[in-house]
Design a protein around this ligand. Structure first.
Ligand code: MN
Length: 738
């Protein structure tokens, strides 16, 4: 633990005329008040305010701020009172400590509607004196550094709050080092897996490019020295969180990340910044579109620098930041870099001078003024468009709960941020009361109502629409689960039937003792393996009933009795039911979404397709589930010897389904201009689609082509084929394997 004199020495190093007595009094008072209190780690509690004070000495803050840091937890956690602190340290310090005490009670990431109100309180507390914010940020930083001892649940909540509120706030105040450290510490506790993956990748890249990075540094230093520029060149690797958020923002993979190396060049004058830039651009090719002049036009938080990206000797991209020492201090310490707290100027005068000197502070003032004008916190958030969190959007649930999301987030991300169950069952959304598409980019202040359906499973395609890691991994999981459910349901039906045929009774529990033999740990997994065709039903029978003899039962024909049929249903509720006897009733519009099913169902069509009205047979294929063939397909001959792979299957169509089905046809046509156009037109006039067309042979007179049609059903297909046959240019039309 830091000693009293060490703390005083630290402050004295940048502020020779400090009020030493004030620091000493605060140190002793806080140490006595916290007494024997311990932190969760077992360390003396006082080590915490002391470390917070130390962080603030790194920012070169005045002794009043350091004293506030030492005292910041006394009112909340000990018997100290505002009155006593006022008496011992003056009303100003008392006010600041009380401000921090109030903040401590705010839970910014809570499940309550008060979130917006709490955020407003936070900003109002800061409004009293910006030093409250500086101490609060240092407090949070130390808590994040020592968060490891907490319960995982609490850890995740605090890390999320840090990521949502405090890290952007530090950034907005121009304190980049503070922001980065807060982000990386939080990243680790909100998404450990991603943190570790990104960190490992960065290490690997660092090792791989170490040589060329050294070379760039050497060449750059030499060139600058030749030109008489005294520069401080330091290499710098991007931090895991900034790499991760860039991946998320731009939907990049780790492999696509190239510009993770950077250099910071610190020179003496503004003019030297531009000369340095010239030297850099003359030495290496620059990457177009990446040059930014924040000296001429500073960022909103007061940040100034030149940024450019070059292509290094081994073709990797390297970013350079060029700035003066003074710009560097603002970049590192932000608002804390302003010297004003060392003068003991308080109140309006301090306020006016700070607002003049620091655009970050001026921004904060403006925001708070707006806040004071707004009637409700929600209005405030909307009014300010929350410039504070430039990378984030803030939206509300209909009950007023605040949901913070990265910019570019969609209602899908919103739904998953509310709760995984809400995301999984989301089917639509209303934004500010209007039905909007789920791909809509959310804006600050949007009120989002998620429309849910119990039966829904998130479509796989959402994974590419969602921008938050939470939504993406939940969608992936839900899709995986849905597919497994499909396969295991299918597996169970297959087993029930083959057990029945063998005169045995199937039960899920009956499988349990034999799971190891089947190579699976869960009944569900074993059933799914049967559904996927990885385990033959006969093998399961033999495992459960060692006396079972495979009688090589004749393969089931389409005329099996009714009890032998089963139907598959996807999450979206369709599949195979026979409409009438043989022919599809064929109300146009009735259909089977096999297309969409290819992804989320263990069923797909063989190469020649099948349409409602066809009699169909399914063949189990390892790893693929069921492939559907029309009963007359010659391809079925290949499976003659494997009756256990045959599955009886029937159409099951809902009248509202609007899906088409594939059928392959072979058309011979006169090889003359316009023939193809006529075929296409006839097809279109019959409301059939051509999904693929291949020319098989083209003789001088006759062209033979294979066309994959998409039709409603067999009637529709036959009608279309008859129309084609009627064309003068068409010599022959046959359905392939039809
Ligand atoms: Mn604290």
């Amino acid at each position: 633990m830091m000693r009293q004199y060490e703390l005083v020495e630290r402050v004295a190093a940048y502020k020779p005329d400090l009020d030493e007595a004030l620091l000493n009094r605060a140190y002793v008072y806080a140490m006595q008040k916290h007494g024997a209190q311990k932190r969760a780690s077992g360390d003396p509690y006082f080590s915490h305010p002391l470390e917070v004070a130390a962080i603030l000495t790194d920012l070169h803050l005045d002794e009043a701020t350091i004293a506030v840091a030492l005292l910041h937890d006394t009112i909340e956690d000990t018997d100290a009172t505002r009155k006593e602190i006022d008496h011992l340290f003056g009303a100003k310090i008392g006010q600041l400590v009380e401000g921090l005490t109030k903040l401590k009670r705010l839970e910014l990431v809570s499940k309550k509607a008060e979130q917006a109100e709490n955020l407003r309180k936070l900003l109002l507390a800061i409004a009293d004196d910006i030093r409250v914010l500086l101490v609060k940020l240092a407090d949070r930083l130390h808590n994040m550094r020592t968060i490891g001892v907490m319960r995982p649940e609490k850890r995740a909540r605090i890390a999320q709050e840090t990521l949502d509120i405090y890290a952007p706030l530090a950034g907005r105040m121009g304190m980049q080092d503070m922001r980065e450290e807060l982000e990386n510490l939080s990243f680790k506790h909100t998404n450990l897996e991603a943190y570790e993956t990104v960190t490992a990748r960065l290490e690997e890249l660092k090792e791989r490019h170490a040589g060329t990075i050294d070379e760039i540094e050497r060449v750059l230093s030499d060139r600058l020295a030749e030109s008489g520029i005294h520069a401080d060149v330091s290499g710098r690797q991007k931090k895991p969180y900034s790499v991760f958020s860039k991946m998320q923002r731009k939907a990049l993979s780790l492999e696509q990340l190239s510009d993770i190396f950077g250099f910071r060049v610190i020179v003496e004058t503004e003019e030297e910044c531009y000369r340095t830039l010239g030297i850099v651009h003359c030495t290496w090719p620059m990457v177009p579109g990446r040059f930014k002049d924040y000296i001429s036009i500073p960022k909103q938080n007061g940040y100034r620098s030149l940024h450019t990206t070059i292509v290094g000797p081994s073709r990797q991209r390297v970013e350079l930041q060029i700035r003066t020492r003074a710009m560097h201090e603002i970049a590192e310490y932000g608002i804390a870099a302003h010297e004003l707290y060392k003068d003991g100027i308080d109140g309006d005068e301090q306020d006016r001078r700070l607002a003049n000197e620091s655009s970050a502070y001026a921004w904060l003032r403006r925001t708070i003024d707006l806040l004071n004008q707004g009637d409700t916190p929600e209005e405030f958030l909307e009014n300010t468009k929350l410039e504070l969190f430039q990378d984030q959007v803030f939206c509300f649930t209909p009950k007023g709960r605040l949901i913070a999301l990265p910019r570019g987030a969609t209602p899908i991300d919103f739904a998953y941020a509310v709760h995984t169950d809400v995301g999984d069952t989301c089917v639509g959304c209303k934004i500010d009361g209007r039905i909007m598409p789920l791909v809509t980019e959310l804006q600050n202040g949007d009120e989002v109502e998620i429309i849910r359906s119990k039966a829904a499973t998130p479509p796989q395609a959402w994974e590419t629409i969602a921008v938050t890691g939470k939504a993406r991994s939940a969608i992936r999981r839900a899709t995986r689960m849905a597919i497994r459910r499909q396969y295991s349901g299918l597996g169970q039906q297959i087993l029930e039937r083959s057990f029945q045929r063998a005169g045995k009774t199937f039960s899920r529990d009956g499988l349990k003792p034999f799971l190891a033999k089947l190579g699976h740990r869960e009944v569900e997994d074993a059933l799914a393996a049967v559904g996927r065709g990885e385990i033959a039903s006969a093998d399961v029978l033999r495992a459960v009933h060692p006396d079972y003899q495979d009688t090589r039962a004749a393969r089931p024909g389409v005329k099996s009795d009714e009890s032998g049929w089963f139907s598959l249903r996807s999450a979206t509720g369709m599949i195979f039911r026979i409409p009438g006897e043989e022919q599809g009733e064929g109300a146009p519009g009735a259909s089977l979404p096999i297309r969409g099913v290819a992804d989320d169902m263990p069923v797909h069509f063989g190469p020649d397709g099948a349409v409602p009205g066809d009699r169909i047979i399914g063949i189990l294929e390892a790893g693929k589930g069921i492939t559907i063939y029309p009963i007359q397909s010659p391809a079925l001959a290949a499976f003659e010897d494997e009756p256990e792979r045959w599955v009886d299957i029937r159409w099951d169509l809902d009248a509202e389904m609007t899906m088409r089905f594939p059928a392959r046809v072979r058309i011979s046509a006169l090889n003359e201009p316009g023939a193809l156009a006529e075929i296409a037109e006839t097809t279109a006039l019959n409301d059939a689609n051509i999904s693929r067309l291949m020319t098989v042979s083209s003789a001088p007179d006759i062209a033979v082509m294979l066309i994959d049609l998409e039709v409603w059903n067999l009637q529709h297909l036959n009608r279309t084929l008859n129309q084609l046959r009627g064309k003068a240019c068409v010599t022959d039309v046959v359905r392939v394997n039809g």
